[in-house]
Design a protein around this ligand. Structure first.
Ligand code: KG4
Ligand code: ZN
Length: 341
């Protein structure tokens, strides 16, 4: 079965072609021009998706060495994401499915991330404890099988990636923040400043806004304002912040490992590219003797291969949205309904 995947929820346009779950092509065009605005400008993002999606589709067919008539299923991200950006990929996918007379499957972007681990040679075994850490979401999920995904916890304020981006901006490292914080952290001492980890009522919930405020307070106390931070101090602040994020994630995931009988642990989403987090999760998996799956860096960030993979699984389960599927900007409230234990 050949599945075409399309992803355009934020600042990456991606087209991927899978044959029976194996990647034939996975092209990702990143919109680097947002750097000069210090963040993604939604309207510019939509226009850029519109310009590149058709040539990227053509290139993907060439790379996969197939003709468009060989596509069996078309899958596209429907949300959550920037609405104008989403509509580009979604409508391209629907139009293509209509013209080829093939089924169309709308895919939830977060479900795409969850299934990015399945693109790896070594796949997770169910039940899986999955931590989704991206720019917009931080979710701890129990994935029992393809159709049973339950939310154990989420962030009550900022997402982990958002905290990386905001702190990077605060200490003048630029955008996108995550990779910059990681780069600076490698030269810094993670124990230089002890930033706190929030203590929350929700057993598996996260909070990063207090941490962000602590970094701001530290800057105000030591330097009055960010412009005065000497270049030599930046690595220590970055490393100490990153260490607090790692501790916060580790604490909740460890608690869930102790309370749920899972076979695997998986770490997905843009922030899963972070080396310190990857290392800490390897330790955690070893400690509890669990199989650990973290996608290769290429599949941590937004990509259409994960959308095609999830789309093919929904199709196999007869979940075909058809051409009436609409885009949605936020995760619906009842998605992955919380499980009390
Ligand atoms: O999953 P993703 O590509 O897009 C969303 O769906 O949000 O995640 C993007 C997020 C950004 O906040 C970015 O700063 C963060 O992932 N990120 C990182 C790293 N690489 C990307 N955060 C920490 N360390 C990294 N190496
Ligand atoms: Zn994403």
């Amino acid at each position: 079965m050949i599945t075409l995947g399309l992803e355009s929820s934020c600042d990456e346009t991606s087209v991927s072609i899978l044959r029976d779950g194996k990647i034939l092509a996975n092209l990702i065009a990143s919109q680097d021009f947002h750097v000069k605005y210090g963040g993604v400008v939604p309207e510019l993002s939509s226009r850029a998706h519109l310009q590149i999606i058709a040539p990227l589709f053509k290139q993907a067919l060439e790379e996969a060495k197939i003709s468009k008539d060989e596509i069996d299923v078309v899958a596209a991200t429907a949300g959550p994401g920037l609405i104008g950006a989403l509509l580009v990929g979604l409508n391209f996918g629907k139009a293509l499915a209509y013209s080829l007379d093939k089924p169309f499957v709308a895919v939830n972007h977060i479900e795409g991330h969850i299934y990015s681990g399945f693109l790896m040679e070594e796949k997770p075994d169910y039940p899986i404890l999955t931590l989704v850490v991206s720019g917009g979401h931080t979710l701890l999920l129990l994935v029992e099988d393809e159709l049973n995904i339950t939310r154990l916890g989420t962030t009550i304020d900022d997402a982990a990636g958002e905290a990386f981006d905001k702190v990077a901006k605060m200490i003048g490292l630029g955008y996108p923040g995550g990779p910059k914080v990681q780069e600076y952290s490698e030269k810094g001492n993670p124990k230089a400043v002890l930033f706190p980890v929030a203590n929350l009522k929700g057993e598996y919930d996260f909070s990063f806004s207090g941490l962000k405020t602590s970094v701001l307070r530290h800057i105000q106390k030591e330097y009055k304002n960010a412009e005065n931070i000497p270049e030599v101090d930046k690595p220590d602040i970055a490393a100490s912040f990153q260490d607090a994020v790692v501790r916060a994630l580790y604490k909740k995931v460890e608690k869930a490992i102790n309370n749920y009988d899972v076979n695997s642990l998986s770490l997905v989403g843009g922030v899963a590219a972070n080396k310190a987090i990857r290392n800490k999760f390897s330790e955690l998996a070893k400690k509890y003797n669990k199989k650990l799956v973290i996608p290769d860096i290429e599949f941590c960030g937004d990509n259409a291969a994960m959308i095609a993979y999830r789309g093919s699984k929904l199709f196999e389960n007869n979940i075909i949205s058809g051409l009436t599927a609409n885009a949605f900007p936020a995760l619906p409230k009842d998605s992955f309904k919380s499980l009390k234990k």
